[in-house]
Design a protein around this ligand. Structure first.
Ligand code: AMP
Ligand code: GLY
Length: 438
């Protein structure tokens, strides 16, 4: 089977790493991929948001199954376009992708189907919103309706900051048109947890749980990031809580999809607040989480291709998904300055010094370009010399992932190996996997 993964971050490296282990995958491509993905898949120089380019490449490479990693191409309708070419696609179509691309769409869905979530009101007029400042008290939760690279939620603590945030979002348009509509929500308190589920038209199956660390510094200090590390399984999920989530959230969500004609096929990522009144949905994403995927797929025992095919063919109920008992910890090495501005192009050393059983998922890396005129300039990306020189090319650079019989063992192994890798300005959190912080 000829498979193409779309995307080029740590999540896509984890997906490619796992797919490459399937005996049924004969050819594996990734567009655009990165320097780590190149170890397990052939990288195609087409950006994930270049829908036309991806479609052309998929036809040329005679792709049987495409797997979409990031939310932006999903929201642009990449699934619909690839399906028109007769290609099977793992990922929700454009209509279903509104569940991540529009907060207002999701809030209406949750309300319509009585799924627990924060109360809300939406605004399209700046003055009307300013007149309602502090609607649910403070902190005030302001959410840009559309996609804003994970930054569209602002939670001012007082009226002055709220007015400033509203002016920035609706007046200065710091999130572009994404904040033409703003959703204001009740502020929920509790512990946050993520739940990733495989979904087809008939079935919703939660994966093993994972815990993400969103703030950039130790002890949950500093600004929010895409995620600085994860561990799996999360120790927050007791069987009792899982039952509550299944009955109050997962089952009504699937029923809601069916009633609303949302033929969702892919991963539903549910951001949860475990509040005193029970679990509540903070948000839906319609794709694998990053870096949740790195520690979750490291623990998957089944063939990932079988799962993807079952979802695309609505056979998810018929397959058994097996997980390893081992625990996983993934620690992200990020560029200095991230999630603010940072420099790229730093040489990464020590990648070959990690233990064989530790997986270094690449998130923002690329091969060093060969100097012009050098003998190597025209050779392939498989050339050992090129592979030797890997540079940083993003905010989150690597996700060092280790398995262990215990949580502590996985954590110790991940950190011990991470310390063998270096690049100028590298930063990481020291407390990933320390459970009592959550
Ligand atoms: P979202 O992009 O909707 O997941 O929001 C980003 C982050 O904002 C979440 O991970 C929470 O930490 C926080 N957040 C979002 N909505 C709420 C809410 N209603 N109450 C409290 N915190 C929230
Ligand atoms: N780690 C959070 C996300 O993927 O959105």
């Amino acid at each position: 089977m000829r498979v193409m993964v779309v995307g080029g971050g740590g999540r896509e490296h984890a997906i490619c790493w796992k797919l490459a282990q399937s005996p049924k995958v004969t050819e594996l491509y990734c567009a655009p991929g990165n320097a780590g993905i190149a170890d397990v898949a052939e990288c195609i120089g087409v950006g994930a948001e270049d829908i036309e380019g991806i479609c052309k490449a998929a036809e040329k490479k005679k792709i049987d199954l495409a797997v979409i990693g990031p939310e932006v191409p999903l929201a642009m309708g990449i699934v619909d376009e690839l399906e028109k070419l007769g290609i099977k696609v793992f990922g929700p179509n454009k209509k279903c992708s509104q569940l991540e691309a529009s907060k207002s769409f999701t809030k209406a869905f949750l309300a319509r189907h009585n799924i627990p979530t924060a109360g809300y009101k939406e605004f399209t007029d700046k003055q009307e919103l300013l007149d309602s400042v502090g609607l649910y008290g403070y902190p005030m939760v302001l959410k840009a309706d559309g996609l804003a690279a994970g930054k569209g939620v602002v939670i001012p603590e007082n009226e002055e900051d709220a007015v400033k945030a509203i002016e920035e979002m609706m007046g200065d348009k710091v999130f572009g048109s994404a904040a033409d509509k703003i959703v204001v929500e009740e502020f929920l308190t509790g512990v946050e947890a993520s739940m990733l589920c495989f979904v087809d038209e008939n079935t919703i199956v939660p994966m093993e749980s994972a815990q993400d660390y969103k703030r950039v510094f130790d002890n949950d200090k500093g600004p929010n990031t895409g995620g600085m590390g994860t561990y799996s399984p999360s120790l927050l999920f007791t069987p009792e809580l899982e039952k509550q989530i299944r009955e109050q959230i997962l089952e009504p969500t699937l029923k809601g999809f069916q009633e609303d004609g949302l033929d969702f096929k892919g991963v539903l990522f549910i951001g949860l607040m475990l509040s005193d009144d029970g679990p509540k949905v903070i948000e839906f994403n319609n794709r694998f989480g990053d870096p949740e995927t790195q520690s979750v797929l490291a623990r998957l025992d089944s063939d990932l291709l079988d799962i993807f095919l079952a979802v695309t063919e609505n056979r998810l109920a018929d397959i058994e998904i097996k997980w390893k008992n081992e625990r996983a910890v993934c620690v992200v090495l990020a560029s200095g300055g991230y999630p603010g501005s940072y420099e790229k192009g730093k040489l990464i050393t020590g990648l070959d010094d990690v233990d064989d059983d530790v997986i270094v998922f690449h998130a923002g890396t690329k091969f060093a370009p060969m100097p012009e005129g050098s003998k190597c300039a025209d050779c392939s990306d498989d050339c050992d010399m090129k592979k030797a020189a890997v540079l940083t090319s993003g905010g989150r650079v690597l996700g060092v992932t280790a398995l262990g019989a215990t949580h502590e063992e996985a954590r110790a192994k991940a950190y011990e190996n991470l310390k063998r890798i270096n690049f100028e300005g590298a930063q990481y959190r020291n407390d990933i996997g320390i459970i009592n912080r959550h």
